[in-house]
Every structure is written in structure tokens, then in C-alpha cells.
Ligand binder design. Structure first.
Ligand code: SIN
Ligand code: FE2
Length: 216
């Protein structure tokens, strides 16, 4: 992996600049992970995880829920943000302070000041779940970065270019890592390889990803 040698002797958290507008903040969320995880449990008790369908009729292998003013949603009518959970018909759970602080601090450490997300997508990957290459492009304005937090089982993240056909780099994302991409890299294709089975001390047999965005 690209960071194998760079990481020797480094103390977490440390910031790896991968490309223009792309930073991997190793271990940035580790100290907060237990607090974040408790919040995730509380959120998913109110707005349960669900397998969304793509407009093309494919059922996603990840399960998702959301918190914040806007929640990302997908069904046969398309990809979009909605302000209420379509299952409960209630507003999405409020974004916890700990989430807002982490997202803002991570964006700042990566060179993006004043990031205040209005959407947090929570993806739960059980072993075997994956996410195909895609762009995050349902947001109104692309000047804000994407802040993506990994918890639990490790993932191999696929990070491509601005075209679907561009070469893809593979990154190991470990518990507590935060990947930030924005600026000229805001619309890079990305995805997640199938998660390998395993057991994580805090999160059990799953990987959780928090994706913070400014959607509206
Ligand atoms: C996503 O692109 O929505 C998820 C990325 C990840 O799980 O790391
Ligand atoms: Fe994405």
C-alpha cells in the first residue's frame, strides 16, 4: 500500500496528502470513535438502516440511514436528498455535535475551512457488502468537500479520477481514518471493494462509514 513506508515511525493522527484536494487523515477519528458509535446506534434506532434501490432497480448491498437536515435517498425515481425519513416520515435525526465538530475539524486539517455539513449519510457494510464506483454529485454546490469517516472493519477504497474510465488507486481505510476530497478532486469516482469478514472490538462484524456533505 502507498502509505506503508510513509507511515513508519509516524504517530497518529497524521495527514497524508494524496493528490490536489485529497487528504487521508490517519486515525483522526480514533479517539472519538466510541462516542461516534454510540450516536450511530441512537440514530439507527430512530431511522433504521435500509437497503436502498438504485433508479435502475439494483438493490444496494450496503444498508444506509442518515442524520442532519437532509438525507441521501434513492429509489426508482432517482437519487436525491429528502428532509424526512421516507420510512418513518419523521425528520431525520439531528446531526450530533460530535459529528459536526469532527467533520469541521477534519475538513480544516485537510485545508477546507468552515465546513458545516447539512447531511450525514451512514453506510453499514456487513461482510461482502460493497459500493460500486460512483461520483457524489447530488449536492447543490461542489465547493464544499466530502468528509468520509471509517469505523470498524477495514476497507479497500477505490479512488478513481474524474472519468469512470480513469485508473483507480486502492487505499486501505482503517478504523478511525478520515478521507477528505474536494476542490479539483470533488467529483472523483470512488467506491468500496467487498468487505472481508472479521471482528472489530468496538463495531463487531461490520464497517460503518459516515459521509458528511453540504447538500443544500
Ligand atoms: C460512499 O461513497 O457513499 C461511501 C464511501 C465509503 O463507504 O467509504
Ligand atoms: Fe460516495
Amino acid at each position: 500500500m502507498s502509505d506503508l513506508f510513509a507511515s513508519a515511525g509516524q504517530h497518529e493522527p497524521w495527514i497524508e496528502s494524496l493528490d490536489a484536494g485529497v487528504s487521508l487523515l490517519h486515525g483522526f477519528a480514533k479517539d472519538n470513535a466510541a462516542v461516534l458509535y454510540q450516536e450511530i446506534i441512537a440514530i439507527s434506532a430512530r431511522s433504521t438502516y435500509r437497503h436502498l434501490s438504485t433508479p435502475g432497480g439494483y438493490v444496494m448491498s450496503v444498508e444506509t440511514t442518515s442524520c442532519g437536515a437532509r438525507g441521501w435517498f434513492s429509489d426508482q425515481h432517482g437519487y436525491r436528498y429528502v428532509s424526512r425519513d421516507p420510512i418513518s416520515n419523521a425528520p431525520w435525526p439531528v446531526m450530533p455535535e460530535s459529528f459536526l465538530r469532527l467533520a469541521g475539524d477534519a475538513a480544516k486539517a485537510a485545508g477546507f475551512d468552515q465546513f458545516v455539513p447539512d447531511a450525514c449519510l451512514i453506510n453499514r457494510y456487513l461482510p461482502g457488502a460493497k459500493m460500486s464506483l460512483h461520483q457524489d454529485k447530488n449536492e447543490r454546490d461542489y465547493s464544499a468537500p466530502i468528509v468520509s469517516v471509517s469505523l470498524g472493519l477495514p476497507a479497500t477504497f477505490m479512488f478513481g479520477g474524474n472519468l469512470r474510465s480513469d485508473p483507480v488507486k486502492h487505499l486501505d481505510l482503517l478504523h478511525g481514518d478520515v478521507l477528505v476530497w474536494g476542490g479539483v478532486s470533488r467529483l472523483r469516482f470512488h467506491g468500496v471493494m467487498p468487505i472481508a469478514p472479521g471482528q472489530h472490538a468496538l463495531c463487531g462484524q461490520q464497517r460503518i462509514n459516515l459521509t458528511f456533505r453540504l447538500a443544500g
